[in-house]
Ligand binder design. Structure first.
Ligand code: XMP
Length: 511
């Protein structure tokens, strides 16, 4: 399949470039910036994009690509830092600007023959984020567009098919950025648009079949979209050689086990084994208050339960996981977009001692591509639209020790929040909505009686990728309904509060 390769110089937008190129149905992969040319040629790219990055081309040890890449005859597009690499390589000159340019600028287009083909307007709003800019353009390069502060915001050498953009075409703030990337991929690099989720389903099903042959596959499912899509794909390919297991750790949403059972057994017609391990998890969590220790204990116990299942029901040869592309690819320079603030203990951390081969059919996909695959496979709407739920479950929504009483409160309160948001047609508009409980108590009145009861906090967040998030300004009526239903229906709760902290500085889950 024709493809474009993105060299990752550590920009927070590297994945986005890849994602946007795929939007034009051209397959795109992200690779480290320093991949040697012969390895890049093995990938047989039709075009290469240099991402942005935090470095300055003149800094000591600044990341540089294999210099032979410029002579390989493959079209190149440099974005931001990538643009400066091109100028530097062809002996132009970069200078540090007095003021870092950050935000929207207006681009005046002066050439519409290649990158800006099919763009109607002569000016575009474009997103800038840089502290270096070209001072002298290299020979052979032409200015294709400029902004007030950058005379060479877009440059190109048509013979060599090398282009540079000071701004970021991949972000939504840049007008017609999709057309620019589409022009680079299809017109300049002549890549055929062969990437579609329908093709993907067909290819991956055949691949799963030929990889696993007659061997047995074990897949842990959580009811989330990734593990469900993974299971459905494998089941389509190998039917009875797949075993799906769902572990009830006692920290699930209300009716979760029943819902997942119904979806698998009745709607998807994939038999599901359920392991009830609630008591084991509860025991492991006794007296534990530290959030990281909680996460660790839950991860370890999950691995134990899973191993026992694999041994009792085995032998299995493969372990299937719903790992996605961003988890597979580490960012070239920055080592990933975020440092670890919380250890995520999911199905991904399953024990190596099982010695199973790993099957990851979604490892080339982004989340919204998985959604499309799920739609194609007929996975029910309830799963497609569900909010994400953390691997360690309600334990990360309980501050302090995880006790049966706090689980009962947080589970019921979360269900009330979800139900009211669905009722008020807000559920699909927010990223996550749930309740939190801790050990704080406040005074209330029940009938004529004074009582000291627990405080429940409501958290409703909007976000695009969970890296940053903002609290949702819910209508007062919705808040009022949530509050009165929680205090009326849940024993030992007298106060309801609303969390109004964004991420950062807070995180979405409290633990
Ligand atoms: P934080 O709390 O880090 O959460 O802002 C960001 C997103 O990740 C989810 N989350 C998890 N998901 N396993 C998961 O699968 C985990 O251990 C975990 N911890 C947090 C959280 O719900 C939010 O969507």
């Amino acid at each position: 399949m024709d493809k474009i390769v993105v060299l990752d110089f550590g920009s927070q937008y590297s994945h986005l470039i890849c994602r946007r190129v795929r939007d034009s149905n051209v397959y795109c992969e992200l690779v480290p910036y320093n991949l040697p040319l012969d390895k890049i040629m093995d990938l047989d790219p039709k075009g290469i994009i240099f991402s942005g990055g935090p470095a300055s081309v003149y800094a000591k040890d600044s990341p540089k690509p294999d210099s032979k890449i410029f002579e390989a005859g493959i079209p190149i597009l440099g974005i931001c830092y990538g643009h400066q690499l091109i100028i530097d390589h062809y002996n132009g000159k970069i200078k540090r600007v007095d003021k870092r340019e950050y935000g929207n600028s207006s681009l005046e287009i002066s050439d519409k023959t290649n990158l800006f083909r099919n763009i109607q307007s002569d000016t575009l709003k474009c997103w800038m984020s840089h502290s270096d800019a070209a001072e002298i353009l290299p020979e052979g390069f032409k200015i294709l567009g400029k902004t007030n502060s950058s005379f060479s915001a877009a440059i190109g050498n048509n013979e060599r098919k090398v282009f540079g953009l000071q701004f970021h075409p991949e972000v939504a703030h840049t007008e017609s950025g999709d057309i620019i990337l589409n022009n680079f991929a299809k017109v300049i690099s002549r890549a055929s648009p062969e990437w579609s989720m329908t093709n993907f389903v067909e290819t991956i099903t055949n691949e799963i079949k030929s990889k696993t042959k007659d061997e047995r596959v074990l897949c842990a499912v959580s009811g989330g979209i990734d593990s469900t899509t993974c299971a459905v794909l494998i089941s389509k390919a190998i039917k009875n050689n797949l075993k799906c297991v769902f572990v009830d750790n006692g920290l699930l949403r209300e009716n979760e086990k029943e819902t997942v059972q119904e979806i698998f057994n009745e709607k998807l017609k994939i038999p599901l084994s359920v392991v009830d391990a609630s008591e084991r998890f509860q025991k492991k969590l006794e007296k534990i208050t530290d959030p990281e220790v909680k996460r660790k204990k839950i991860g370890e116990e999950f691995a134990r339960v899973f191993t026992e299942f694999a041994e009792n029901e085995g032998p299995f040869h493969w372990l299937a996981q719903g790992t996605l592309y961003p988890d597979v690819i580490e960012s070239g320079v920055s080592g990933g977009p975020a440092t670890v603030i919380k250890t995520h203990h999911n199905v991904g951390g399953l024990p190596e001692w099982l010695h199973l081969k790993v099957l990851e059919p979604l490892r080339f996909l982004y989340k919204d591509e998985v959604r499309n695959v799920a739609r194609i496979l007929g996975i029910p709407q309830d799963i497609l639209n569900r909010h994400p739920f953390p691997g360690p479950g309600l334990a990360v929504r309980i501050i302090g020790e995880v006790t049966p009483e706090k689980i009962r409160i947080v589970r019921r309160a979360s269900k009330i929040v979800e139900d009211i948001l669905i009722e008020d047609k807000l559920y699909d508009k927010v990223w996550q909505a749930f309740a939190i409980v801790g050990d704080d108590r406040a005074v209330g009145i029940l009938g004529d009686e004074r009582l000291e009861a627990r405080i429940v906090t409501i958290r409703v967040m909007e976000s695009v990728d969970a890296m940053t998030a903002d609290w949702v300004r819910l209508p007062n009526d919705t808040l009022e309904k949530i509050s009165s239903r929680i205090t009326n229906e849940i024993e030992n709760v007298a106060w309801v509060t609303y969390a109004i902290s964004s991420k950062p500085p807070s995180t979405i889950e409290p633990q």
